[in-house]
Structure formats: C-alpha cells, structure tokens
Design a binder for this molecule. Structure first.
Ligand SMILES: CC(C)(COP(=O)(O)OP(=O)(O)OC[C@H]1O[C@@H](n2cnc3c(N)ncnc32)[C@H](O)[C@@H]1OP(=O)(O)O)[C@@H](O)C(=O)NCCC(=O)NCCS
Length: 234
C-alpha cells in the first residue's frame, strides 16, 4: 500500500536516499509544506522554457498550471537539488501518486495550451494501459523533471531520477510501480538507461488535431513516450 499521508517514514526514507545517491555539487532537499513557495519557482526556472511540448506551443505558468504543480508537491514525495554556495535551485524531481480510477477532464481545462498537452498525454496514457499491464490500482507517478540551464549536461537529471527510484524503494512499499512520460530526448534516454519499459510512443509530427500538427518545431525531440517500471527492494 502506498502511504497517502506524509509521515516520519518519508523523512527517514529520504535521509537514507541522500546517503545512497551522491550529489557532490549540491544538497538534496525534500519539498515539505514550508518549502512550497521555493518549489513553485522550479517549473519556471528549470522546466517550462525548454520542455519540448510546452515550448513548441508557448505554454505559460498560469494559475491553472500552477495548481498541477502545487498538487504534486503537496504530496510530500518531491525533492530539489540546491546549490549550497548561492542558494540556486539546480533541479527537481516531481513525484506524486496516481490511481487507476483517476480521470483527467481535459475539456474542463481552461488554458488552451495546457489542454493540448493533456490531450496528447491522455491519448498516450490510454495506449500505454499502465494499470492494466501491471494489474494494479495505484502507483507512483514521476511528474516533472527539470534542471536549471546553467547546471545541465552534468548528469544531474539522471541522478535525480535515480534518487526518485531509490527513495520510493526506501518507503517500504514493495514492489514499487512507477509510471511516467518523457517528452524530451534527454529524459527518454535516462528513463531507458535506468530500466524503464517503453509502453507507448506518439511522434509529434504524426499527432494532428483538426488536420493540423499540434507540436511543431520540437527540434531534435521527436516524440513523447510513456514509461513504466516495477521494481523491488531485493
Ligand atoms: C531534460 C533535462 C532535465 C536533462 O537534464 P540534464 O541534467 O542536463 O541531463 P543529464 O546531464 O542527466 O543527461 C541525461 C542524458 O541526456 C543527454 N543530454 C542532456 N542534455 C543534452 C543535450 N543538450 N544534447 C545532447 N545530449 C544531452 C546526456 O548526455 C545524458 O545522456 P548520457 O547518459 O548517455 O550521457 C534538462 O534538459 C531540462 O530541464 N530540460 C527542460 C525540461 C524538460 O524537458 N524536462 C523533461 C521533460 S520529460
């Protein structure tokens, strides 16, 4: 069973993770309620400007979008990497939980850009059939991974992802099921190197709504992929 309330267990699992995954360049900090303001600056500093789908359609950090991040960070499973010398947030790993019965009501999303993003993700998730494939009712969801521009290409994203897996294993949930989506070549490479299974893929150039390609000019990033992982302590 996934613990749905923040407990001492989360803190000890996180402390253990910090010893197990090495970040010589910064301090791994757990996002607790008192750090939500700092946490909400992360999507703007490390994510939105360069995430391929959002960038291609000019997604903005609206109040509606902010709420998705807030809901994720409030679950007390996400963490960030902080530079101890200047206080910079270097990167973050968003983690939340997901239920088989969860439904994204795409038509109720007011922001048109967000609606486009959640529409393609909805299609992808349907194709991936994560819950059916693993025959489960709930899982963890890696939602949002970002590294600030000046700290990229040093292996930070890879270690944040690794720390996410180690942290969830340390929570005493066994086995651990993780679902996620990778919209960038770089995150996809990391998911695959860490042993995630590719469950579905939609190529940006083939995804059309009303006869028009939605995500244009995504550069070297060619598709969005759905991933799944089942992992155990042993
Ligand atoms: C995607 C992102 C998190 C990667 O962060 P990072 O710390 O630079 O990534 P890493 O250094 O751990 O690199 C991961 C892999 O991608 C490769 N990579 C990263 N940036 C690259 C670049 N600009 N060009 C080519 N390869 C790159 C790395 O070489 C590495 O592969 P390797 O292990 O085979 O060497 C970062 O670019 C980012 O924040 N982008 C904007 C938000 C986003 O797109 N998030 C992911 C959405 S799913």
């Amino acid at each position: 069973m996934i613990p749905h309330q923040f407990t001492q267990l989360h803190c000890s699992a996180f402390a253990k993770t910090k010893k197990e995954v090495c970040f010589p360049e910064g301090e791994l900090v757990f996002i607790t309620e008192d750090r939500l303001d700092d946490a909400l600056s992360m999507p703007r500093q490390c994510f939105i400007d360069d995430e391929p789908m959002g960038k291609s359609i000019g997604v903005q950090f609206t109040e509606e979008f902010k709420l998705y991040w807030l809901t994720t960070f409030r679950q007390g499973l996400s963490f960030m990497l902080v530079n101890p010398t200047n206080g910079d947030i270097m990167g973050f790993r968003g983690i939340c939980t997901a239920l088989k019965e969860d439904k994204e009501e795409v038509n109720q999303i007011k922001d048109a850009s967000l609606r486009k993003i959640f529409s393609i993700l909805g299609l992808l998730v349907k194709e991936a059939d994560f819950f059916g494939r693993y025959d489960i009712e709930e899982c963890f969801h890696f939602f949002g991974l970002g590294v600030a521009k000046q700290y990229r290409k040093r292996g930070i994203a890879k270690r944040l992802m690794e720390a996410g897996i180690v942290f969830l294993r340390n929570l005493d949930v066994d086995p651990v099921y993780i679902k996620s989506e990778g919209t960038s070549n770089f995150s996809q490479k990391t998911f695959e190197q860490l042993g995630f299974e590719t469950l579905a893929e939609i190529k940006y150039e083939e995804y059309e709504v009303d006869g028009e390609v939605v995500f244009k000019n995504t550069g070297e990033h060619k598709s969005v992929k759905a991933y799944g992982m089942k992992t155990s302590k042993a």
